[in-house]
Design a protein around this ligand. Structure first.
Ligand code: ZN
Length: 116
């Protein structure tokens, strides 16, 4: 239980009260909604970051250490899909990571064979 300032009349009210005893402003409702919005923002930004990293790692997997970057991109892509509401970037990251791993390994094998 914490004292917050009523946004309507600026009197200190408990955030558990529900409504401001002075002016009847729905304080608890307001603060609960504010916290929910904050959590959603954090959640979606984490998901977006993971999705973007997944796409980058997937692209890197084509050229360097396909197993390392491909696997990292795949895991980050899954986190991105689970965490964010917009799943497109995460799905792109997963697909790119899988393709990048396969193509990267084929290219790596071809390079190794041709250098022999
Ligand atoms: Zn008030």
């Amino acid at each position: 239980m914490a004292l917050v300032q009523c946004p309507e009349c600026a009197k200190p009210v408990s955030d558990q009260t529900g409504r401001c005893p002075n002016c009847g402003y729905p304080v608890a409702q307001l603060f609960r909604r504010g916290i929910e919005i904050d959590l959603n923002a954090v959640e979606s930004s984490t998901g977006r970051t993971c999705s973007i990293l997944s796409i980058i790692f997937g692209a890197v997997a084509f050229l360097f250490c396909p197993i390392v970057f491909g696997l990292a991109g795949f895991v980050l892509g899954i986190i991105g899909v689970v965490q964010s509401k917009n799943k497109t970037a995460g799905v792109i990251g997963i697909v790119l990571s899988v393709v990048g791993t396969v193509v990267g390994m084929i290219l790596g094998a071809a390079t190794a064979l041709s250098s022999n």
